[in-house]
Design a protein around this ligand. Structure first.
Ligand code: RIB
Length: 279
């Protein structure tokens, strides 16, 4: 197990609707089924880091509701330290409404719910002194990301920004991060930052001179693949891997994450997978 990875991020319950093809604006399509699954970019990343062997802590917030409670229990069962996940007495657990087409491509709408109750100072101060890698995404308020990155720097931890979903506020955060993980769309929106680690969808990822393509997989759902990639990348960096090795393992984790429905390889009520399933 490597040094401690701390993720400050969102925790969502995903309502996943499968369709043959995404509806166009103004169009109605018939869904093929709906499922409630664990999601949220922060929780997905933390679970991915834990699956990759990291000692990982998640700082976030859920509502005082059944699914929120069950989700936190599931994260703990899968190796994530949830002692800094707080409960919001007024807002429900965050939700995402996801449409997945037969191609595996998704579209996502997020309702912040309890994630909106994560406060910048509280989140930054919850980061333990022994954090080696601190990761933040942008489903929490930009002020949270800024405070978290500053605290990571102050602690001497590796400050990792995964500016997803990208917003105008993200540009100002780049200089506070040691590592920036983006997809091609985010990379372009941020002015093509030179040293970013860039995911390339089915083509893998690149980071500096390193470029890795995945082994072929049968993709059924791309939801959370970027989060799984980022989780594995930070886990491997925390364990002292080189950029190239971390990138290779992260690409493999991202590809694996497209082979099952949902953002994580488990549901709210499924039994914990055997350890060999998470490899
Ligand atoms: O990256 C995928 C995630 O984005 C989903 O799990 C959804 O909750 C949104 O946060």
């Amino acid at each position: 197990m490597g040094a401690r990875v701390v993720v400050v991020g969102s925790i969502n319950v995903d309502s996943v609707v499968r369709v043959d093809a995404h509806p166009s604006p103004g169009e109605t399509v018939l869904g093929l089924g709906v499922e409630l699954l664990p999601g949220g970019k922060g929780a997905n990343l933390a679970a991915g880091a834990a699956a990759a062997g990291a000692d990982v802590q998640l700082i976030g917030r859920v509502g005082d509701d059944d699914l929120g409670r069950r989700y936190v229990e599931r994260l703990a069962e899968h190796g994530v330290d949830v002692s800094a996940v707080s409960v919001d007495g007024e807002r429900p657990t965050g939700q995402a409404f996801i449409t997945v087409a037969a191609s595996g491509e998704n579209s996502i709408i997020v309702i912040a719910g309890a994630n909106g109750g994560v406060e910048a100072d509280a989140a930054a101060h919850a980061i333990p002194d022994d954090a080696a890698v601190v990761v933040v995404q942008l489903e929490l308020a930009p002020a949270v990301a800024e405070a978290v990155l500053r605290r990571a720097r102050a602690l001497g931890a590796l400050a990792v920004l995964n500016p997803s979903p990208v917003s105008p506020a993200a540009s100002a955060l780049l200089e506070l991060a040691d590592v920036v993980i983006v997809n091609e769309h985010e990379w372009a929106a941020l002015g093509e930052p030179a040293d970013a680690c860039v995911t390339l969808g089915g083509a893998g990822a690149r980071w500096g001179a390193a470029r890795v393509a995945p082994d072929p997989v049968e993709a059924v759902d791309t939801t959370g693949a970027g989060d799984a990639f980022a989780g594995a990348l930070v886990a491997r960096l925390a364990a002292g891997a080189t950029r190239e090795d971390a990138l290779r393992d992260a690409v493999a984790a991202g590809a694996r994450a497209t082979t099952y429905a949902g953002a994580q390889p488990w549901g709210f009520s499924a039994p914990a997978p055997r350890s060999s399933d998470a490899q």
